[in-house]
Design a protein around this ligand. Structure first.
Ligand code: GLN
Length: 193
């Protein structure tokens, strides 16, 4: 199975390692020629403003929007989640597909990056937050909370999309990798996963 990873900048290499560890094939998406026959999509962390600028030379986001809406399993982390949010404080909606309000750089500057205990579905582990955004509003009943740090929401699922503000690809712990494998294997049935 082929997993497309938006690879303009940011943590796309780390995500590709996760994909390889579960025996699937990462495809680095840098332009429109790399989005045929993908089984899943990953939007990595990095800098959402930089990704928006690079896309202006590329025009790729419309095609990615169509792919997400076709229902394939889609994972976003951090800046990737900013790209997919429908409302962005301190930025602009880019490929709006998740009904959340997100606030960029909400924990402060880079030096406020931290590791913390996070629940992710039925597991609890230490994950890192790198100049992370916060999910500051749930804007529809279709958004399910699947992850928390202390009492704050740090991950949601809406239909075929799981959107996180932390970086499980930097852990690659067994629970995350098993989840990722099952999530992608579900294909278009993933809405009810
Ligand atoms: N601060 C970044 C942004 O606003 C997100 C950081 C990250 O992806 N680790 O785009």
């Amino acid at each position: 199975m082929k997993v497309g990873i938006l690879s303009f900048q940011g943590s796309f290499l780390d995500h590709s390692k996760s994909v390889e560890l579960i025996g699937l094939t990462p495809i680095f998406i840098k332009n429109e020629s790399q989005i045929d026959d993908l089984d899943a999509l990953i939007f990595p962390g990095g800098e959402s403003t930089a990704m928006r600028k690079i896309n202006n030379y590329n025009g790729l986001f419309n095609q990615l929007d169509n792919l997400i809406k076709s229902g394939i399993p889609t994972l976003s982390t951090c800046a990737g989640t900013i790209l997919l949010a429908s409302e962005v404080i301190g930025g602009n909606p880019t490929i709006p597909n998740i009904d959340i309000q997100i606030t960029r750089n909400a924990y402060g500057r880079q030096t406020e990056s931290f590791e913390g205990s996070v629940s992710f579905y039925s597991n609890e582990d230490i994950y890192c937050f790198i100049r992370a955004p916060k999910i500051t509003g749930l804007l529809s009943d279709n958004v399910e909370v699947i992850s928390k740090h202390n009492s704050e929401i740090v991950g949601v699922q809406q239909d075929n999309i799981v959107a996180l503000t932390f970086h499980p690809e930097l852990n690659n712990d067994g629970y995350y990798l098993d989840w990722l494998h099952n999530f992608i294997k579900e294909g278009k049935n993933v809405r009810s996963f």
